[in-house]
Design a protein around this ligand. Structure first.
Ligand code: HMG
Ligand code: MG
Length: 315
């Protein structure tokens, strides 16, 4: 056991957890897509650069979606070139269709994410498509992206509950997961879009996916923190062998097309827990916290992250 250091947790490892976790930082995309005011492009670029400087190596930068659907990210063409040359950093972007992929390819994007839904209601609200129509929209995108050598992530939203439909039957999650894998996605991210999951639910879904032939090694987790369960759910996923965790600096976030979606798991809260467990992330917690305090200043309200509050004495 190491001695306490101000600003850092005591390191006390626990059994059955991975040695290293890859954080997929979504603050600049999931975090900002729901902001009421539009954040200036240069501030977004500075945010991404500071996240990279804090040691994050996968930073979802923006979305190449229809600008009328997500006006907050309508500056994707202007933003991406401002951050594209960050050394050693992957900058995935969301792409819903071939139009989005072509926009991304024109800028030299190397990683994309398509985003499916386990439920019909959210597929309609978010993509103006049925679940199957959305999958049909993604198939040529994934094929073309892979033919250009791009890494493709497949998001799957509403894996644990849906604000319109309630409980989501596991077979719906399994079906869409398998479709995304068969399409050629390199990794999947299981979204708890409205934050209703609890740890037992996480472990049982992961076990069922394994039984259906979806390996844990292909899965990341994406928890929103509506009910304060995101960190507990993450620990449950790590115990099951997951090593990719999505999080948003300062706990920013929400989905404009999902009722009651709040911010993501805060990256600082995640890093605090992982450091305490002796799990390597490569992230400098002090620099990351300073970034979220700076971003909170830009947005004009305090960060919802408990760790940011504790480390910065932010009111
Ligand atoms: P649609 O209205 O059905 O579009 O929207 P369409 O295919 O009928 O096309 C209509 C017009 O839009 C056409 O122009 C297209 O060219 C244009 P026109 O010919 O009429 O002049 N268009 C585009 N323009 C620029 N970029 C594009 C694009 N696509 C079409 N990419 C669409 C369908 C998919 C485009 C729309 O629904 C959309 O953009 N949705 C995005 C919604 C979104 O970004 N949601 C948030 C991200 S998902 C999320 O947050 C969940 C996640 O975090 C995980 C979790 O928490 O669960 C990932
Ligand atoms: Mg999300």
């Amino acid at each position: 056991m190491s001695s306490p250091v101000p600003g850092l947790p005591m390191v006390v490892p626990a059994q059955g957890l991975p040695a290293r976790v890859r954080i997929h930082e979504v603050g600049a995309r999931d975090g900002l897509q729901n902001e009421k005011s539009t954040v200036p492009t240069e501030v977004k670029a500075e945010f991404v650069r500071r996240l990279a400087d804090a040691g994050l190596t996968t930073i979802e930068a923006t979305s190449f979606v229809h600008p009328k659907w997500v006006p907050q990210l309508a500056d994707a063409e202007q933003l991406f070139p401002l951050v594209a040359d960050l050394p050693g950093v992957h900058l995935p972007v969301l792409v819903p269709n071939e139009r989005g992929l072509d926009r991304a390819l024109a800028l030299g994007v190397r990683r994309i994410a398509v985003f499916a839904s386990a439920t019909e209601s959210f597929a309609k609200a978010n993509l103006n498509r049925t679940v199957d129509e959305a999958l049909a929209m993604f198939a040529p995108v994934v094929e073309k992206a892979r033919s250009h050598g791009l890494h493709v992530r497949g998001y799957l939203s509403m894996c644990f509950g849906d604000p319109w439909e309630g409980a989501v039957p596991v077979h719906q999650v399994v079906r869409v997961c398998k479709a995304l894998m068969d399409m050629g996605c390199d990794e999947l991210s299981l979204g708890d879009t409205i934050g209703v999951a609890t740890p037992g639910h996480v472990q049982s879904l992961l076990a069922e996916l394994n039984e259906e032939g979806v390996p844990t090694s292909a899965l990341g987790v994406h928890f929103h923190d509506t009910y304060g369960q995101a960190l507990a759910n993450t620990l449950a996923a790590l115990q099951h062998g997951v090593t990719t965790v999505d999080a948003s600096a300062g706990g920013l976030g929400g989905c404009p097309y999902a009722k009651s979606a709040t911010g993501n798991l805060a990256t600082e809260d995640l890093v605090w827990m992982l450091q305490g467990l002796g799990i390597d992330t490569g992230v400098d917690l002090g620099r990351l916290t300073a970034t979220s305090v700076w971003m909170a200043g830009q947005l004009g309200r305090p960060s919802p992250s408990r760790t940011v509050k504790a480390l910065s004495h932010q009111e």
